[in-house]
Structures are given as C-alpha cells and as structure tokens.
Design a binder for this molecule. Sequence first.
Ligand code: XMP
Length: 520
Amino acid sequence: MAATRNSSFDDPFYQPADKFFPANAKIGLTFDDITLATLYSEILPRDTQLDTTLAEGLHLNIPAISSDMDTVTESRMAIAMALNGGLGLIHYNLPEREQLSEVSRVKNHVHGLIQEPIKVSPEQFIGDVLALIEQKKFAFGTFPVVDEKGKLVGLLSGHVVKPRYAKRKVSEALTPRSQVHTINQKEIGKDPITRADKFFTEHLGIHKLLVVDDKDYLRGLITLSDVERITQERAAQFKPARDSHFRLVCGAAVSATRNAFGELDKKRILEHVGGLVERGVDTIAVSTAHGHTKGVGDTVRVLRDAFPKLPLIAGNVTSAAGVEFLADCGADAIKVGQGPGSICTTRIVAGVGIPQMTALYVCSRAAAQKKVAILADGGITKSGDIVKALTLSSAVICGGIFAGCNEAPGDVVEISGKLYKQYRGMGSFAAMKAGSAARYGHDKNPAQKVAPEGVEALKEACGSVDRVLAQLIGGIQSGMGYLGAKNLAQLREKARYIRVSPAGMREAAPHDVVELKTGN
Ligand code: XMP
C-alpha cells in the first residue's frame, strides 16, 4: 500500500508547533521566517470549511476580521465583512453616539433592500435629474418620486430620463402611484430576497419593487438585478455571518476610558456598552496597544460582570501571562500582536513587541489551557500569512489588506494616475488627535508631548471587499488542501514548520522573470 502517513525522514526537518517553536525559543519569528510543510491530502481546497467559533454565541463562517481602525472599519466595511462570513470591528475614534449609529446601520442592514434609495421630487425637471446622475456618477436612471414629506407619488422610469425631455417636470413624466408596484414593509419578512424573487417572477418586465409603510411613505427599494446577483451568491460556499435573529454580526471596539482624575470611567464605559448591546452588538473588543494592564483588565471585569453573556475580545498582548490575565478577567478571545502592523512603529518608538509567529505560539498555548480563543492581529500582507497565522489562532484581524477597499472609510485620491486611499495607524499623530490617544495611554491634547506609534500612509485602491476576500479565501483553502486539513481545527493540529533562510525567502517570491501581472 502507498505510504499516506508521515515518514520518519521528515521528522527532524518538519516539526509540529510544540517542537518547532521551543526549539527556536531564542529568536522571534514572523510569517516570512517560516514555511509550512505539505502533508498527504485527500482534501480538495474547495471542500475545506473555514468556520470558526470565537466565543459562545460568536460564530463566523470565515476566520477574518477587519481592524477597529478609523481608516478601515465603519458600517460599510462591517456589512461587507459580515456578508462574506466574517466580522468588522467598528473603531472608537468617533463620538460615542456615532459609534452607536454605525452599529445600528450594520444590524439593520437587509441585504438587497436599499433602505435609503435616491429619490426625486415631482417639482424637479428631468434636466435636474440628468445633472444629478452626471454629478454622482449613478449607473441607474430610475428613481422613486416622493413629496416633501416622503410619501410615494410615483416612479420616474429611466426611459423618460433623456436630454430631449430635459425641460419637462418630473410630475409630467412619472408613472403615477396607482400603477407603481409596491409591497408593505410588514410583508417582506425576514427574507426579502425570496419574497422579491417571487414577485419579479410573477410580474413580467418589472425590475423595481418599492417598499412602503402603512401610510405609503417610501421605506426602501428592491431591484431585480440585486435579487439576481444575491440569488447567485446564495449558492456560494461561505454564508453571511448572522446572529440568531438573522441580522448581520457586528463588533465594536472600546477603550479603557478614563475620567478627568485619571481613573477608569466605569459608569461611562457601562453606559456606552449598554447602548451598543441595546442596538444588538455581537461582541465588544477592549482594544488597546497594551492589554496586560490594570486598566484593560478592570474594563474587561466590569463588562463581564455587567454583561455575563456578551462575547468579549480584549488585547493586545504577546505573552502567555497577558493571555492568562485577560482570560481570568473574563475575556473570551484575545488579540495577539504588538508592533507587527503595516502602519505600526511601536517596535521602533518603544523598542517593544514580538515577531508575530512566536507571539502567536506562546499565546496559543496559554489560551488552550484557559479555553479562550486568540486572534492574530496585524502584519498580514498575503493569504499565505493567514494560513500560517491560523495554524495557531482562531481568526486573523487585518487592517492594511482592507484599507484600500471601496468599503473602507475615506475618499479615493489620484496620484500620478494611480488611485489610493488613506490608511493610518491608530497611534499616528493624526489619529490620536482625532481621539484614539487613550489606546496608547496618551492624552489627546496635542499640546502634550506624545510619541506617535504609527504612521499615516496610503494604500493602493483595490476594489471591493468581496474581491479581496475571494482571493484571500482561495489562498487559505489552497493552504489547507496542501496540509490535508478539512477544517481549521485540523489545520492547527496538522501544521509542521521549518525555518526559511534569506535565500529561501527570495525563492518563495517570483524571481528571475519579468513579471507582467502580479499574483493579485
Ligand atoms: P495591518 O498589518 O493589518 O495591522 O495593517 C493592523 C493592526 O495594527 C494595529 N495598529 C497599530 N499598531 N501603531 C501600532 O503599533 C499604530 O498606530 C496602530 N494602528 C493599528 C492594530 O492591532 C491593527 O489591527
């Protein structure tokens, strides 16, 4: 019979985590310092499962989380992450009430239902509508028509939004209310797509379904093209991450907020997190640069006492003692990473931090004993890094990889013909001035002397989160196929590592060719 098991010849070279990392205990290793050995496999990449449980009640369908950073995660990013099966952590560099609204937007998002469609008024001219389309670069030309109070008056069809009718009023050109197809919002239920799909099949040639309330105020719009796209997506392997009420999952970050006397402001933290919980937040991340501290520990304890069932993430740490401390305080999942981030300068400024694979190994062993999860936070630049991180953690947290996406906050800027988006460390001077100083234990007052621990940068614009995640997931699945791992538990169990020499690192990237297209 052909050998399908390990050979003893491999053993001295390709070692499991508990041999490899202790044998390399005197050196801090990160992603590029190691590579994973392949194993006999009967697993096709497409058959691998990527779901992961971070805490009781917090289950994701892919192990990816977008960072709580003000240039990465607000509601648009969190919606896109959850629709792909992951999670977004809404940052806290904004007024508390705005963070509440961001969470509400995610929790109220109904896929396929445009909750605030672009409307026009009967008094406008078709020429105004054409100008609006031109100015906003809309790819559609059909608009609901509402009166000044928001009551539905009719539908302006794309067929009449033409320059030849520019001087006509919308009121002359619209399809009147009596002929417009609508559905009461009470009737759309939990699954508007299936309901709308049935409607479009029954109504030949109708492409728009307007949602109204009992008083005929416009409450949304469903389009045939969205329904068709979503129906196709439903066949996709990775389902959206939802709570028990079928709402998308959403996380929010908080800091260990202090009052004017420098004491932990427990009242304010509890009130704010109470508000987030009321809006349906699925997890709170107590997110700071140094999580093995009294302030973070006390915050976690206070939250754990007040919200016994709320999944709590806390960090960041890079030591087993840090994991044990936060687990004892009541955290369910612990963020691991100090200084690996693409915009981080903590190691340069403060001289501290641990290369990420070593930190993950040390933390993972303490986490296993404490029965908590760890999240690999920062430093990930390619899908291969994610595979390596997942051999020791339950999910990865990424900032830079998502910062160039359409869904990240901020505008696209053009420089020398290339498109970029801003990406800045939460410890950068600008971000701290905007509010995140507490994360780094500094005062927000710019007159104070602060040492920024992050840079302000640009990321090349890279399209939608869907596209970026599709590439990353493909890579993770390939990695798992190479290791014969059907799921993430098997990946953690099976991984075997070897150090890579500088020449080996060069060999790992395209070399000795003229590259015409990058892998991404
Ligand atoms: P990536 O590599 O994904 O890293 O861009 C994102 C992670 O970096 C952390 N972070 C910082 N670390 N200074 C730091 O030392 C900073 O200014 C900073 N801002 C973010 C954070 O953990 C994030 O998820």
